[in-house]
Structures are given as C-alpha cells and as structure tokens.
Design a protein around this ligand. Structure first.
Ligand code: ADP
Length: 474
C-alpha cells in the first residue's frame, strides 16, 4: 500500500501542535502494517535545511505566483516530498504566522499550493512512485479533493483527517480564481461555507473517507457545541467518518530511556525526577501534589479555569508548574500567578523542559473546553503522572476516571470532570488531593497509568484497514 500524506507540519522538522506529532509518527507506525507513507510538506526553511540529498522530481512554472520545484529526499527518518517554492514558504515565523504573530495574508494560497501539488502527485505520481491513497490533514490539505476532481483523477482514493475543526481555512469568495477553484462548485455540496470559501469544507465533502483523532470527538463533531458550524456537514458525512485515536511516540516519550530526566520505570522511581524539577524551578518541597501543564495558551485549553481555582490548589498544599505560550492575556495572568512561591511559570516553547515537567509532576492538568485527542494526558499516563482532564473528546477516551467503581476494580488511571467549569475543576482537584494522600491508592493509579497502551500500533492498524477498504472498494 502506497500512501501520500499531505501535511502543513511534521515533527520533528516543523511543529506547532499535535498535528505534527501525528504526521511525524504515522509513517513509521504504518511501516509495520506494510504501508509505505511519503509525506508532502511545504519547503519552510527548517524543512529545506534538514533535507538530505534532495532530488528534483518535478517543476511547476507557476505555483500560485512563482516557480516551484518538487524535491524528494529524507530527513529525520521520514520519506519526504518537499515543495521548494521560496515565494510561498521561505519566510521566518511559524508555518502560519509572521514573526509578529499575525496570519500571513496569503495563507489561503500557500496551502492551496500544498493541496495542488498533493493532487498532482496523487494523480500522476512523483518520479516512478505513485500513491493509491492521498491522506490529507486539516484544512491545509482540504482543496486536494477539489483539484483531483478537476483533473478527472478517479483512481486514487482520498482520506481527510480532522485534527481540530475550529480551523476551517475560510476565506472570501473573491479569492476563488486565485485559488484555482471551479466556480461551478461554489455551492453547499462543494466548498461553499456560510457564503464564503472553506478549504476544510471542500475536503469534508470531497474525501472518500474522513477520520478524526478520537471516537468521542467523532460523535461531538455532529453537535452544534463542538461542530463549529460544520455539524451539518459532519452529520451528512457520518457514514464515512471514523474516530481513530492518536498514539504517542513511545520512543521519544519513555521514562525508562528519556535523556532529559533521571530515568525510571516504576512509580517509586519518579521521586528523583520530581525532586530535580522542584530544584530546577525553585519550588519548595510541599505536602500536596505538584500539578503540571504543558500547553498552548488558548481559550480552547481552559487554562483560565486553572487560574480561577489556583487558590484552592495552593491552600491544599499543592503546587503548579506551567510551560506554555499563546494568548498574551493568559501569558500575563500566569506570569502574575507565578508570584506565589509554589507556582512556577515558563512562557515559551521548550521540548526538553516539557519532558522534565511531565516526568517530575505528580499530576498533569488538561481542562480543555474541547480536545480532539490531546497528547499530553497520554504522556502523563506513560510517565505515571496522573491526568486531571475534562470529560471531552480524546480526554474522555484515554483516561479512566477514579470513580468508586473504577477504584474498586483497580482500573482507574486519572481524574475526569464535567462540565468544564471552574467549580467542577475545583472539585476534581480536591478529589486529586484526596487520592494523592492515600499512598496505596495513588501508587495503584500510577501503576495502571504506566501500563496503559498509548502507542500507535492499534491505530496504525485501523488506518491500514481503512486504506485497504478504500482501495479494495474501488
Ligand atoms: P494541540 O495540538 O491542540 O496544541 P495536543 O495535546 O494534541 O494539543 O499537542 C500539543 C503538543 O505540543 C504536545 O506534544 C505538547 O507536548 C506540545 N507542546 C505544547 N506546548 C508546548 C510548549 N510550550 N513547550 C513544549 N511543548 C509543547
């Protein structure tokens, strides 16, 4: 099985969030399922610099405003196709934002170009390689199905994965021509969305199969609360929608071999990692649990609720250590919270520190208002760092709440709360504190958490079966 993955980010080369973790980990996980996946990426500076012995396989005279070259090569163990289009991708900042944090105004064209090249490779191959399936990720790959349709390419199947439906890739209708879209398809069965153009909508309507990153999020997407205006589309396409849980990179996130921490493979071994973290962050020893957060700071993540309940956590002898960046208001509020001796806040993005926090914490807080899958709660499980999570999306699917029944059966792995309010989070932290102080129960939770499978093998099998069913169904 040959699959072309079309993605706007891919770890470890370029990452702003969980999407990159998934596109970076899937190719290796799928190899074990006899699926060869090549990943098409924009030629951002970091990607171009990492590409080993690139070979030119195609040339585009005019790729949305300038010449472009399609390169094949390897980087970080990944088999890549890279679009070398300096006019679109040779820029500072993140894949989507300029150095001042503003969206690049030509983002619709930049990612239409990604989809355009993806469609060409799917339809005609690259060199002597030809995929049977084009697997796109999020709105950035959404137009690929439109372009394939325009090319009359019928013998390639398409899958679109929704990592976060909040990002619809919407733009104004005046861009239609610049985006090389067929004007006859500007209607509700095509890429039209509330009077505008949406790249995500195009993919949701056009792909042979849709997946999202957890079974619970798949159901939630059909509701007004979580569908973000796409709920009707999702209900319309429910027959082809699959919820396949993300896994984590078990080699990068393994407490027994993690070079960033004093290694451990039992709950008892965690104490050295905790002591090292407290010392590093200047936190005193405390009676209560050390709660950690590693997160984008956005409304989605519910971190404002943590600020609200922080006094209660501290009153109970607990501590908080935060690593994150994002909305300036939240960053500032956390900076101010760090005035307390039992609170540590690092604003920024730091991969190695994220490992030390997740290893050294007793609990990891993920109070998201919605969470398609979420990765940090799974890192927490693997490291025996008990997740305290909102009962939503992938957080609902990956954590077993320490209810009396689950505790009695010895299967609990964390604490869940609902609804996503400060009051419910506060109660969850009070429960957490009670569990933490009962050493036998706490150790049991940690043992269960560390034993829970959080890798890719099961999900990779599900993707492989999906590809096979699509290709077989031709
Ligand atoms: P999302 O994709 O919505 O941001 P996920 O939980 O799916 O959320 O993935 C977030 C990823 O980004 C995780 O791998 C997490 O460890 C990482 N991450 C988020 N913020 C930071 C940060 N400030 N420093 C280091 N890693 C971070």
């Amino acid at each position: 099985m040959q699959v072309l993955s079309v993605a706007s980010e891919c770890a470890p080369l370029v990452k702003t969030g969980g999407l990159a973790d998934v596109t970076g980990a899937l190719p290796a996980a799928l190899m074990e399922q006899d699926v060869r996946m090549r990943t098409l990426l924009p030629g951002y500076p970091a990607v171009m610099a990492a590409l080993d012995r690139p070979r030119e396989v195609w040339w585009f005279e005019d790729l949305f405003g300038g010449p472009a070259w399609l390169l094949e090569g390897r980087a970080a163990g990944l088999d890549l196709l890279v679009i070398n289009a300096p006019h679109l991708y040779d820029r500072p900042g993140t894949p989507y934002l300029d150095p001042q944090g503003r969206d690049w105004p030509d983002n619709p064209e930049r990612f239409a170009a990604l989809s355009w090249v993806g469609a060409h490779v799917a339809a005609q191959g690259a060199g002597d390689w030809r995929p049977q399936v084009l697997h796109g990720h999020d709105w950035q790959a959404g137009f690929a199905t439109e372009y394939l349709r325009g090319m009359g390419a019928r013998d390639v199947r398409t899958v679109l994965t929704i990592h976060n439906i909040a990002f619809t890739g919407s733009t104004d209708p005046w861009r239609l021509q610049a985006l090389r879209l067929d004007p006859d398809r500007f209607h509700s069965e095509g890429y039209e969305f509330w009077g505008g153009i949406s790249a995500l909508k195009a993919g949701l309507m056009g792909a042979d199969a849709l997946t999202t990153v957890s079974p619970s999020y798949a159901s939630e997407l059909m509701t007004p609360e979580f569908g973000m205006g796409m709920e009707g589309v999702m209900r319309h396409r429910r027959g082809v929608l699959h919820g396949i849980l993300n896994g984590i990179d078990e080699s990068a996130w393994d407490p027994a071999t993690d070079p960033a921490i004093p290694a451990y493979d039992t709950p008892a071994g965690k104490s050295a990692a905790k002591a090292a973290l407290q010392e590093e962050l200047g936190l005193p020893r405390a009676e209560g649990p050390l709660c950690v957060i590693v997160s984008r700071m956005s409304h989605q993540k519910g971190l404002d609720l943590v600020l609200e309940v922080l006094p209660v956590l501290l009153e109970q002898g607990g501590q908080l250590a935060v690593l994150g960046s994002g909305e300036p208001g939240l960053e500032e509020a956390f900076r101010q919270a760090a005035a307390d001796a039992n609170v540590s806040v690092q604003i920024g993005y730091d991969e190695r520190l994220s490992h030390r926090l997740i290893a050294g914490g007793d609990a990891i807080l993920v109070p998201s208002r919605f969470e398609p899958c979420g990765l940090t709660q799974m890192y927490g499980l693997r490291y025996g760092t008990i997740p305290v999570v909102a009962l939503t999306g992938g957080l609902a699917d990956t954590v077993i709440n320490a209810s009396p029944a689950a505790l009695a059966q010895g299967v609990a792995t964390g604490v869940q709360f609902s609804p996503v309010t400060a009051e419910a989070l506060c109660n969850a932290l009070i429960r957490l504190n009670g569990l933490y102080r009962d050493k036998e129960t706490w150790t049991r939770l940690q043992v269960n958490a560390m034993a829970q499978p959080v890798g890719w093998s099961q999900s990779a099998r599900a993707y492989a079966e999906l590809y096979a069913s699509l290709v077989g169904a031709r």
